[in-house]
Design a protein around this ligand. Structure first.
Ligand SMILES: Nc1ncnc2c1ncn2[C@@H]1O[C@H](COP(=O)(O)OP(=O)(O)OP(=O)(O)O)[C@@H](O)[C@H]1O
Length: 608
């Protein structure tokens, strides 16, 4: 079953292609519509969400009162010289600040609650869906990347829902309200102020584009560089064994210097942008105050109004600048949403969470393949299996043999219905495999793979994977039957020994026996064994073989055999070559086929 791990394993040499991770879609009506589909996760919390929105409106609008009140304060001082009016306005400002603070606290609290809850359900739904997707989905994707993309997409949504949407609404209110108040304060100064705006907007648009382009480029270059680190560290054994350290250093160096070059280019534009913006913004402020001072001197403007005006202008300026950032985040969010929806729209396998298998779906152990043809969805032009026909009776032991790449693992994958056949059919109990509920079918089969994958938990958890509700007694009995109890017992923590990265590293033979114990617990009707290619030492080989034989008793078993010595007892040996069955029969029968593949394979193995 090697092919199932190909996605996650490191390929040590070829430079990986980084997908178009940073390709942001256009902010269009269609993409907004898509994002609104995600609002269904917020819907259960809409009363809370609406309350948050209301607070947002109130706080944003009350923001607009500050410049006016501050201007009044100054006018009270310069003109009326009325201390009680000054104190009154001052207190009003203080009160407003307090109210703003309190409302702001509640608003953020409410938005965070709504967001966290809805994102938890989105995260769960994406995972639930992802894990139910068919194998064909995972064939074309790098599994590690998929995981990190999903988590970064979801954090982006989190940021958008908690801050960006609020920022956007606040900024729009401030811009619209602010401009209206500017006109109200002084139409003449407003014309002067807004006159400079187009220049600033055009400059900001131009620089924004260039900077965005380079940052995107830098982002994907950083991702490529990170992939090199990740892959070489995962495949460190290969790097060292091939003495390719210097090759990898150079490969990484190329990428890091590309990143630096792009970063410097971005920096140059950013610098120029900042300079122009400072010039533009301060230029506009200087112009307005200048003109304002003239108007004050002429007696046609109150100093307080000029202060209000300048403050409104800075509020608006800050909001316009913030809006650009909000736009960029929204653009990224749309990309993230599209990506998540793409996953959610992939058709999942019809898997059910029912432990009960109806009597009509109980497997008898009888299997037949009829004229089966298959090609992997990722390589449609390559026929991996052609015209495969064979029968297996209940409780028979059948071996699949043949050269590497002949299609043995593929037959097993089809048996587990990990893929759909391209032609022909597979039947269980004489009934088409497609007529059985997928979960019922798979739950009656167990596989002991050659490369046993252990989860990073305890030995107990790893064995119980075959039957999550197993009792300790059942687990121990399974471990005993798998000849694993003896070594488990020797660990100080026994079944609770942690395996994997932070625990004990088990040997190949021990891992296999854990996998056998898992299969014993599952008590399958059909057992699939993928024999380990790497030879175990004869002691553990005997223990594993012995455990397997016990396990095979009383069930149909299919063994992918790499060593012919282990299949002599099989009821039937199916010999595959280049995706076709070339011979089938018992060991004795196949040895009589002159010039047969089995005969020549066994001669080769036994003379060595
Ligand atoms: N995921 C995949 N996508 C495309 N082609 C694949 C995939 N997995 C296997 N193949 C191709 O299918 C053919 C059969 O592979 P399979 O793994 O079934 O052979 P096998 O007999 O089990 O080999 P081995 O003994 O080396 O494990 C090979 O040509 C292989 O390149």
């Amino acid at each position: 079953m090697e092919q199932h791990q190909d996605n996650s394993q490191a390929s040590n040499a070829a430079a990986p292609k980084v997908p178009n991770a940073s390709k942001a879609p256009k902010v269009s009506k269609a993409s907004f519509k898509k994002t609104f589909r995600l609002y269904k996760y917020i819907r259960p919390y809409w009363p809370m969400f609406s309350a948050g929105m209301l607070l947002l409106f109130i706080t944003s609008l009350s923001n607009l009162a500050f410049p006016k009140l501050l201007g009044d304060l100054v006018d009270n001082g310069t003109h009326s010289k009325n201390i009680s009016a000054i104190n009154h306005t001052g207190l009003l400002l203080l009160g407003l600040l307090f109210v703003q603070g309190i409302l702001g606290y509640f608003r953020i609290n409410i938005f965070v609650r709504v967001t966290e809850r809805s994102l938890a359900s989105l995260r769960q739904q994406v995972y639930n869906h992802l894990i139910r997707l068919p194998m064909s989905f995972f064939l074309n994707r790098r599994v590690g990347e998929l995981g990190s993309r999903i988590s970064s997409d979801i954090s982006l949504l989190q940021e958008t829902f908690t801050t960006t949407v609020a920022e956007f609404i606040r900024q729009v209110i401030i811009i619209v309200g602010g401009v209206a108040l500017l006109v109200h304060t002084s139409a003449q100064l407003t014309v002067l102020m807004l006159g400079t705006l187009p220049v600033i907007v055009i400059l900001a648009w131009f620089f924004g584009r260039v900077v965005r382009k380079y940052s995107k480029q830098a982002q994907s270059q950083v991702a490529e560089a990170n992939t090199i680190v990740e892959e070489t560290l995962q495949g460190i054994l290969n790097v060292k064994a091939f003495a390719n350290e210097f090759f990898e250093m150079r490969r990484y160096q190329n990428k890091t210097s590309e990143v630096a070059k792009t970063g410097i280019k971005t920096g140059t534009y950013r610098g120029a942008f900042a300079a122009f913006m400072i010039l533009g913004v301060f230029g506009a402020i200087v112009a307005v105050i200048w003109r304002g001072a003239v108007l004050i001197a002429m007696g046609s403007l109150q100093p307080g109004l000029l202060i209000s005006f300048v403050l409104y202008s800075t509020f608006i300026g800050a909001s316009v600048a913030g809006l650009a950032e909000v736009y960029a985040t929204i653009q990224k969010t749309l990309g993230a949403t599209e990506h998540l929806l793409e996953i959610l729209d992939e058709p999942a396998e019809p898997i059910t969470d029912s432990a009960l298998i109806s009597p009509k779906d109980q497997l008898s152990g009888e299997i037949s393949f009829r004229h089966l043809a298959f090609h992997y969805p990722s390589r449609e032009d390559l026929n991996v299996l052609q015209d495969i026909s064979f029968e297996i009776q209940a409780d028979q032991q059948v071996a699949l043999v043949g050269p590497s790449g002949a299609g043995k693992s593929t037959i097993v994958s089809l048996l587990l219905r990990l893929y759909e056949p391209a032609g022909g059919s597979i039947t269980f109990n004489g009934r088409n495999a497609g007529d059985f509920p997928l979960s019922a079918l798979r739950s009656q089969m167990a596989i002991v793979p050659q490369d046993v994958f252990l989860f990073g938990g305890t030995i107990r958890e790893n064995i119980a994977y075959g039957k999550p509700d197993a009792t300790t007694e059942e687990i121990i009995a399974a471990a005993k039957q798998a000849n694993a109890w003896e070594f488990i017992q020797r660990f100080p923590e026994g079944l609770d020994t942690v395996v994997g990265e932070r625990g004990i590293q088990l040997s190949g033979g021990q891992r296999q026996r854990i996998a056998i114990a898992r299969a014993v617990l599952k008590d399958p009707r059909i057992l699939i064994l993928d024999e380990a290619t790497s030879a175990l030492d004869s002691e553990s080989e005997k223990l594993v073989q012995d455990a397997l034989e016990k396990l095979m008793e009383g069930r149909t078993s299919i063994v992918i055999a790499h060593r012919l010595s282990t299949v002599r007892q099989a009821d039937k040996i199916i010999v595959l070559d280049k995706g076709r069955i070339v011979e089938q029969g018992t060991h004795q029968e196949l040895l009589t086929v002159d010039g047969g593949l089995y005969k020549s394979l066994s001669e080769m193995q036994f003379t060595h």
